[in-house]
Design a protein around this ligand. Sequence first.
Ligand code: GLN
Length: 244
Amino acid sequence: MAGFVIAHMYPDLLNLYGDRGNLLCLQQRMRWHGHDCRIKNIRLGEKIEYAGIDMIFMGGGSDREQGLVYRDLVGRSDEFMAHIEDGMPVLCICGAYQLLGISYIAVDGQVMEGLKFFNYLTRGAKNRLIGNVLIKACIEGEEISVVGFENHGGRTCFEDDSLQPFGMVIKGYGNNGEDKKEGIKYNNLIGTYLHGPLLPKNPGIADYYLKTMASRQGIELNSRLDDYIENMAHEQVKKKLLAT
Ligand code: GLN
């Protein structure tokens, strides 16, 4: 039995609309695959021992919480980016996704500097983009549908056309409600507006993370999990959305 550790960054500040459910999903599915998986909380100012970490997760947060974490996050940028370049699996939701870009300019004018990993900018607006979302995404060369829930005031716009979105919007708003792009995908990092949580309803993405974590430890996950219930939940949301 192998052991895996997922770092949950700022668990008490960035965790909205069930984001932590993504971690519970990864942990349980890894157990079903016969391996141990621990969640390590990383709070403001706490050092990340990357050598013992297999994946990084950051959830969403309101403007207030983002204001509390962005300086701490920016202080970690070089080390964090080096691990993203090295293929570390990373999942960042909503407020955390916004902070991977140049900056987030809140609706009250506050500028929160981002990590500047990717050339995109997020501007807050009064009317929020709220609702269930359906996108099509490409994971390991396979096109899949992804369902989730979004609730954000921020509009994220790519300043660089070569950036690859996580997926394209079929129903919902995505990055900005206009260009149909949703989230970002780079190496094994996904940034997305999809809360919900994302992974229990999209087991294909959960398995992509598990397989990536495992292969980085030289392990292959051979068992196939029974996703009957997960797929049914996915299909129900999809059907409902396509009917609207
Ligand atoms: N504060 C950000 C916005 O409203 C992020 C919200 C979130 O993480 N759900 O755009």
